[in-house]
Ligand binder design. Structure first.
Ligand SMILES: *Cc1c(COP(=O)(O)O)cnc(C)c1O
Length: 400
């Protein structure tokens, strides 16, 4: 599909390649140091030392203590375990009301749906047109029987950053647990579970140049963790299964590297993002999704009227540009993105979405290429679109 074999990867919100440092950190634990941390012999104890060293490192990067971290198979499992933990905590106290938002990741939304079937009452807050919720709205929704507020730190489709420190403060004052899905934030935005009053937090290594299939759940001391995977004493008996030592070690190296480079990357990546937003905004009947300023440094999300996002992706792919229409998890389904619907985009418009997610490995030359090919592709598709013809003929009203 790629012309000249070159590839412009702009789908870092879906996943990232491993950094050299993370690979180097990981390799010994795939080869010579392959011990099982539960084994009492020297080889096992070396693995255990590496695992616990990584736990200390990750804890210090999140403002947590090592005992508060549980390793999981990634963000989805961590989200599931976080919500189950808070639900069990609430149930014991006779509190079965949960507050979240309409634009959470499906790992959260689907777990909440399941909790709804198990007798919990779930309030999903509306998201404003700019893709933000406010701490005041969270405060207003809290009831005496509320056990949990779950609001993601940064959205994976439109990149908006929620005021989580303020929301955390509101929850702490009300005696309600606060969970945040920080999968898109980790490595890109500051995290301090103490300062931000976070009780439960999830991250996933493959979103910040670590390996796929490993993540963690931070659960504040004193909150009993619910168990999803039974069968062993690993992770203090709360998550059975031989630990992914190599993955955890690489996750720690990747997060350390991302946090060390955060300030520099925020500036350089943000500059490329802004060039893309300014350039693509010139396409007629287009609209930026999500707030212009309170957004991830690497996120560009647009809707273009009169086209199908999927066709746009295929055309761009022919030019070597790897993009997304929104979430990797819903691609392949014909439903428009629940995030775009949540910020009030009509169905017709939500179908014409494009998400470009940048990273420090992208370049200004790549941005130039994108600014050349996206307007070309949109025009080409509109030229073939019956809907566009109706719009131009005035038989249908433009929505953007
Ligand atoms: C990717 C992602 C997840 C899922 O993480 P996995 O490690 O792929 O299971 C959860 N939440 C958000 C916001 C994500 O972007």
């Amino acid at each position: 599909m790629e012309e000249n074999g070159k590839r412009i990867y702009l789908d870092h919100a879906a996943t990232t390649g491993m950094s050299k440092r993370a690979v180097e950190a990981m390799l010994p634990f795939l080869t010579e140091e392959y011990g099982n941390p539960s084994s009492l012999h020297t080889v096992g104890q070396k693995a255990k030392e590496a695992l616990e060293g990584a736990r200390e490192e990750l804890a210090s990067l999140l403002g947590a203590t090592a005992k508060e971290l549980t390793f999981t198979s990634g963000g989805s499992e961590a989200d599931n375990q976080a919500l189950r933990t808070a639900a069990a905590w609430g149930k014991r106290k006779g509190k079965t009301h949960i507050i979240s938002t309409a634009f959470e990741h499906h790992a959260v939304l689907h777990t909440l749906e399941q909790l709804g079937r198990e007798g919990f009452e779930v309030t999903l807050l509306d998201v404003h047109e700019n893709g933000l919720v406010t701490a005041e709205e969270v405060r207003a929704a809290i009831r005496p029987d509320t056990c949990l507020v779950s609001v993601m730190y940064a959205n994976n489709e439109i990149g908006t950053i929620q005021p989580i420190a303020e929301i955390g403060k509101v929850c702490r004052e009300a005696g309600v647990l606060f969970h945040t899905d920080a999968v898109q934030a980790a490595g890109h935005l500051p995290i301090d579970v103490q300062a931000q009053n976070i009780d439960l937090l999830c991250i996933s290594a493959h979103k910040f140049h670590g390996p796929k299939g490993v993540g963690l759940l931070y659960c504040r001391k004193g909150i009993p963790l619910a168990t999803l995977v039974e069968g062993g004493a690993q992770e203090r008996g709360k998550r059975a299964g031989t630990e992914n030592v190599a993955g955890v070690v690489a996750m720690a190296a990747a997060l350390r590297e991302a946090v060390d480079g955060m300030e520099r990357n925020t500036v350089s990546v943000g500059r490329m993002r802004d060039r893309l937003i300014d350039g693509l905004g010139k396409i007629p009947h287009s609209a930026l999704n999500g707030d212009r300023t309170s957004r991830l440094p690497g996120n560009v999300s647009f809707c273009f009227e009169g086209i199908e996002g999927e066709s746009l992706l295929l055309l761009l792919d022919q030019k070597g540009i790897c993009a997304s229409s929104g979430s990797a998890c819903t691609s392949g389904s014909l439903d428009p993105s629940h995030v775009l619907l949540a910020i009030g985009r009509p169905h017709e418009v939500a179908h014409g979405s494009l998400r470009l997610t940048l990273d420090a490995e992208n370049t200004d030359e790549e941005v130039d290429e994108v600014l050349r090919w996206v307007p070309w592709a949109v025009e080409k598709l509109r030229g073939m679109s019956p809907v566009w013809k109706e719009l131009e003929a005035g038989e249908k009203q433009f929505l953007l």
